[in-house]
Design a protein around this ligand. Sequence first.
Ligand code: F6P
Length: 357
Amino acid sequence: MKIGMLTGGGDCPGLNAVIRAVVRKGTFHYEDEFVGFMEGWRGLLEDKAMPLDLETVGGILPRGGTILRTSRTNPAKRPEGLQRCVENLKKYGCDALIAIGGDDTLSVAQKLFQNGVQVVGVPKTIDNDLAGTDFTFGFDTAVNVATGAIDRVHTTAEAHNRVIVVEVMGRDSGWIAIYSGVAGGADVILIPEVPFDIDKVAELIRQRHARGRYFSIVVAAEGAKFATTSEGSLVLQDLGKDEFGHERLGGIGNLLAREIEKRTGFETRSVVLGHIQRGGSPSSFDRVLATRYGLGAIDMVHRKEWGHMAALRGNKIVSVPLAEAIASNRKVDPELIEVANGILDKLVKDNEPAMKR
Ligand code: F6P
């Protein structure tokens, strides 16, 4: 078979591992040929392609980013966009397409599937917010980076008697915040799923310091929300929307630091981890998971499971409908919030932020 492949949306450690696994199994086991469409859906729209073979995927397993590059281009927002994608697939003689991406990329894959394209998806995002799968690849690496940063911030906060707020990514889900916050022993963890009251956050920090501690670490997801409306519900960078309608998040760390210092009188700093969480080499876990997803996807192509995505359920790679994956964002599991609560002083209930470890 001739198979097209693309990576869309924000990049993510492990993308190259998926590409490599697909090409190796497709070549060795199925005698497939491949073409890479570059820069996400833009490549398919604007006819930007590159060869993909054993040579081009050599040595890419540990590399971050994606050799196919990526973009947030949305063909459904361009004149005749979907039709142009279909035509370009025909032009390259592609029998099938493997789209590696998050909910945005896979929503376009679903539209193309509905337009008759033989497409299979692979779930990617550091945010781990895609429905239909237990874990997306890239998440483990992002959590490791954030946990390492929290460990480092601990020693400097302790040395200076400071409060330090660490802002992590995650869009509308708190997966990175809660995993890295628990792993890094944060004193307060703020996630979008549990809106917080800034006065209560300040009070928790004051109480902790009254017990003799002289520093605190707050981990805040970029999408964490104030329960009260005075400071606004979501902190945005006010830089407009991408082609899928997403606002650019960010800035909550600085805002929190200011408000905590104002309310407690404790010197407070903030650190925004930003794209450091997305760059660089994938963890061993992500290399293996991404490889398994790649192998799952090429097998699904040969089983003709069109309109489906490779997914992790338990410890098995299975096939789920794309429609299921894009239906909703996956929020942090309540059971995981209980884990955070278990090691913190108080339950994280609505309007009640997490407390000291
Ligand atoms: O979806 C992945 C993600 O890294 C989010 O966590 C974050 O909000 C967003 O992408 C950042 O996007 P960009 O790379 O366009 O700044």
